[in-house]
Design a protein around this ligand. Structure first.
Ligand code: NDP
Ligand code: GDR
Length: 348
């Protein structure tokens, strides 16, 4: 087994991005440590395929901790001595943040400060990645790049703006290698089931399988710049391999509405979305982000990063996976697109 001697710590390793990033870093020969929360049910399903019994030879280690618990987070960092920390843990659901504004501020905002402070006090040379978000741009019209004004529209976005500036301040004030990746929406078959893309592809697969009749949705006019998660975690890694720390927008530069996502995926399954979608006011947000289009020119120039998966491919990749999960035979165009774009992909 190759081991390049680099040690990474990932917060949020059980999430969509954390699981792909763990897989990428293991592929690159890192020793990978992740922080997980204790739950009454297993919450490591996204990691099961890479997790081995710790008694056997492995480079993946999981530690219990919570971003609200400074003592435990500090202990883990002091004990592991990571060379890179990817801070992805957060209360990451925008709609939920309106119901839990204080908790979201604590975990998504202060959680970042807890880690930055631990790194500073440790005196160790640790590179830090902050999972910043296009939600910080909020109501500022597109296109959005690193110079665009922040105008957050949710408790989640406000917490991310706070964490963004804390990361910049620790970089400037303490000469830390700290980067903000300002990532636009990115999806995958591992996307959480209540985010809009996965809610649609999973719901649609259940409709085809006869397990569900309708899909209840909120604002169909919102527009997002949707990319593919495995490509976005590659950008995170690239940021921490540069000579100098900096902030980067990561996006496809294409925008589509929720309605277009519905049209694209239902027509792929041979159905008319209007026959199956109903609107439920509970999914609307008190303040909405209407339109996001990222300008990732800097990431392309400096990091050499470029996305390959298009909006159409993304819907098909997610549909094929959810068809499989629902016990159906996948239509196959998503699988074929992945095979063509990534013949030697590093993730399962
Ligand atoms: P997920 O919601 O899939 O994962 C969030 C992770 O954070 C999970 O591992 C979750 O653990 C963990 N977590 C939540 N609360 C706590 C806590 N109190 N203590 C410790 N861990 C906690 O998010 P994504 O993978 O999609 O996103 C990763 C990061 O990137 C997040 O910070 C998100 O805000 C940000 N981001 C995401 C974008 C996207 O489009 N996906 C775009 C821009 C930024 P558990 O599994 O136990 O719930
Ligand atoms: P977002 O993602 O808020 O952009 O945050 P989400 O998929 O939740 O919403 C996207 C847009 O779809 C509209 N929408 C619905 N959303 C959900 N979840 N459920 C619905 O039924 C529904 N109907 C319409 C929303 O109003 C919204 O406009 C995601 C998260 O991953 C954040 O952590 C991350 O920072 C940003 O992306 C970039």
């Amino acid at each position: 087994m190759i081991h390049i001697g680099k040690i990474a710590l990932i917060t949020g390793i059980t999430g969509q991005d954390g699981s792909y990033l763990a897989e990428l870093l293991l592929h690159k020969g890192y020793e990978v440590h992740g922080i997980i929360r204790r739950a009454s049910t297993f919450n490591t399903s996204r990691l099961d395929h890479i997790y081995a019994d710790p008694h056997e030879e492995t480079r993946l280690f999981l530690h219990y901790g919570d971003l609200s618990d400074n003592e435990q987070i500090s202990n883990i960092i002091y004990n592991i001595h990571p060379s890179e920390i990817y801070h992805l843990g957060a209360q990451s659901h925008v709609r939920v943040s309106f119901d839990t504004p204080e908790y979201t501020g604590d975990i998504t905002g202060l959680g970042t400060t807890r880690i930055l402070e631990t790194i500073r006090k440790s005196g160790q040379d640790i590179r830090f990645y902050q999972a910043s978000s296009s939600e910080m741009f909020g109501a500022t019209p597109p296109p959005q790049n690193e110079d665009t004004k922040f105008w957050p529209r949710s408790p989640y976005a406000c917490a991310k703006v706070y964490a963004y500036y804390m990361t910049c301040n620790y970089r400037d004030g303490y000469n830390m290698f700290a980067c903000n990746g300002i990532l636009f929406n990115h999806e995958s078959p591992r996307r959480g089931e209540t985010f809009v893309t996965r809610k649609i592809t999973r719901g649609l697969a259940n409709i085809v399988a006869g397990k569900q009749k309708y899909l209840y949705m909120g604002n169909l006019d919102a527009r997002r710049d949707w990319g593919f998660s495995p490509e976005y975690v590659e950008a995170m890694w690239l940021m921490l391999q540069q000579d100098k720390p900096d902030d980067y927008v990561v996006a496809t530069g294409q925008t589509n509405s929720v309605r277009e996502f519905l049209e694209e995926s239902f027509s792929y399954a041979g159905l008319n979305w209007e026959d199956h979608v109903k609107i439920d006011a509970k999914y609307f947000r008190p303040t909405e982000v209407e339109n996001l289009i990222g300008d990732a020119d800097k990431a392309k120039r400096v990091l050499g990063w470029k996305p390959r998966v298009s909006f159409k491919d993304l819907t098909r990749i997610m549909m094929d996976a959810d068809f499989r999960a629902a016990g159906l035979t996948p239509i196959g165009e998503g699988d074929a697109a992945l095979e063509k774009l990534y013949p030697d992909k590093w993730w399962k």
